[in-house]
Design a protein around this ligand. Structure first.
Ligand SMILES: Cc1ncc(C[n+]2csc(CCOP(=O)(O)OP(=O)(O)O)c2C)c(N)n1
Ligand SMILES: [Mg+2]
Length: 444
């Protein structure tokens, strides 16, 4: 695997930003300084069927500090989730995102909460990036009431509809057509927003991606398909699964961009660029070159199909948090001690959230079958909160047959033709539905 290197000497010594004196910064609270800065991305963008955006990214000390804090929080949260899992407080499936934090952080910096995001099962940090809280994360992981899906979704089914986060999906690739459905709704309602549909390098080989992309391109939908290329699908290296690993080119007639997904500023620049493109011209593919430190899921130690040297090499040369730390220090935006203090605070926030989540009650047994079926429609339509959400976004414009709302989740369930229900439920009801059981009782 060719790892694009974080070259600390070349990127950090770039003279685009003229270092200012320490005293200048010492008089400003570091978290509020909005002096404009221009920083060059670690590596150039590579484009397909479009011009690449500039490597010079506008930022501020405030933004860099917030990148650092947020990524440190995500990293700590994922490590804590690992411990909770090993202590058997989190059960069932659990996929961690440490290593990939710059994608979630950079994407949020390039878009707004009015834009939509939909992703796969590696969803904890995307949820946090959308404004979710640590308490909601840990409660959901432990199957408690205060979780973002009321403890009924578990690790793979995080949602935050009020800031445009549509999950959290366990079926590889399923979120891509659903994301295009969201983009269809956005275009239909002319609200000048876009959808980012994230998927992995493994999912990039799914047929449904190409079907959805074809329609999205035909109808100029504001859909940005983001391939988070962490170079493995479970234990299979990309070169064993993909004839062409240039995922940014695989939309053929759809423009694409390859981005250093370990550089939050590059991700921000690419997402801004893609949003502007998509609003005017329709879909675009972004390939984020990234890496996951953990194994695929908690049952995978992650070291049988890749060497320890490879993992530690990425940590040393490309780690997204270390990159931002070096930038902050190189430009005297904060001291090492200040950054260490932020990490200490983050640790405490995570510990406090876990303690609180442990106090959150389990859902009542009477909740077991709520949000699963809507009564009175003959065919018992699956309307588990999670599926209602999936269907709402993917099929609203197709079916136009509304059923009554689900008060608990403020979601519109739909009555779908029987064939559609069967098709969807076969693929998706089981994992979503079982999230509740698995998050509380054990492995499937
Ligand atoms: C349709 C389908 N096939 C197989 C699986 C089992 N599965 C879960 S994750 C995964 C690998 C996906 O890899 P990738 O898309 O690269 O995402 P990553 O886990 O690396 O984020 C597979 C095969 C599934 N959940 N759904
Ligand atoms: Mg992958």
């Amino acid at each position: 695997m060719a790892l694009s290197k974080l070259s600390s000497s070349s990127s950090l010594s770039t003279n685009i930003l003229k270092p200012l004196t320490n005293s200048f910064f010492l008089h400003r609270p570091i978290s509020t300084d909005t002096t404009p800065l221009t920083i060059e991305t670690s590596v150039p963008f590579t484009s397909h069927q479009c011009e690449a955006p500039s490597r010079s990214v506008e930022t501020t000390p405030k933004e860099l500090l917030s990148f650092f804090r947020q990524m440190a929080t995500m990293r700590r949260m994922e490590i804590a989730a690992d411990s909770l899992y090993k202590a058997k407080l989190v059960r069932g499936f659990c996929h961690l995102y440490d290593g990939q934090e710059a994608v979630a952080i950079g994407m949020e910096a390039g878009i707004t909460k009015k834009d939509s995001i939909i992703t796969a099962y590696r969803d904890h940090c995307t949820f946090l990036g959308r404004g979710g809280t640590l308490l909601e994360v840990f409660s959901e992981l432990m199957g408690r009431k205060d979780g973002c899906s009321h403890g009924k979704g578990g690790s793979m089914h995080f949602y935050k509809k009020d800031s445009g986060f549509y999950g959290g999906h366990g079926i590889v690739g399923a979120q891509i057509p659903l994301g295009c459905g969201l983009a269809f709704a956005q275009k239909y309602s002319k609200d000048e927003t876009v959808t980012f549909a994230l998927y992995g390098d493994g999912a990039a080989n799914q047929g449904q991606l190409f079907e959805a992309l074809n329609i999205a391109a035909l109808w100029d939908l504001p859909a940005i398909l983001v391939c988070e290329n962490n170079h493995y699908g479970m234990g299979t290296a990309e070169w064993r699964a993909a004839k062409s690993p240039s995922y940014y080119k695989r939309g053929d007639y759809v423009p694409g961009l390859k981005v250093d997904g370990m550089d939050a500023l590059a991700v921000k620049q690419a997402c801004k660029f893609a949003k502007e493109h998509a609003l005017k011209n329709g879909p675009m593919i972004l390939e984020m070159d990234t890496y996951r430190y953990h194994g695929h899921s908690m049952s995978d130690p992650g070291s049988t199909y890749r060497t320890r040297d490879e993992i530690s090499g990425v940590r040393q040369e490309r780690d997204p948090i270390e990159r931002i730390r070096k930038l902050i220090l190189a430009h005297d935006l904060a001291t090492e001690k200040e950054l260490k203090d932020i990490e200490k605070e983050v640790r405490k926030e995570v510990d406090d959230a876990i303690a609180k989540a442990k106090e959150s009650p389990m859902p009542e047994p009477s909740e077991l079958f709520t949000n699963v079926y809507v009564k009175g429609y003959g065919v018992e339509l699956q309307s588990c909160a999670i599926l209602a959400n999936q269907l709402a976004v993917g099929h609203v414009l197709r079916t136009k047959r509304w059923a009554s709302p689900l008060p608990q989740f403020d979601l519109p369930p739909f009555l779908l033709p029987r064939g559609t229900i069967d098709k969807v439920t076969r693929g998706q009801t089981a994992p979503s539905y079982c999230g509740f059981a698995t998050s509380q009782s054990g492995d499937l």
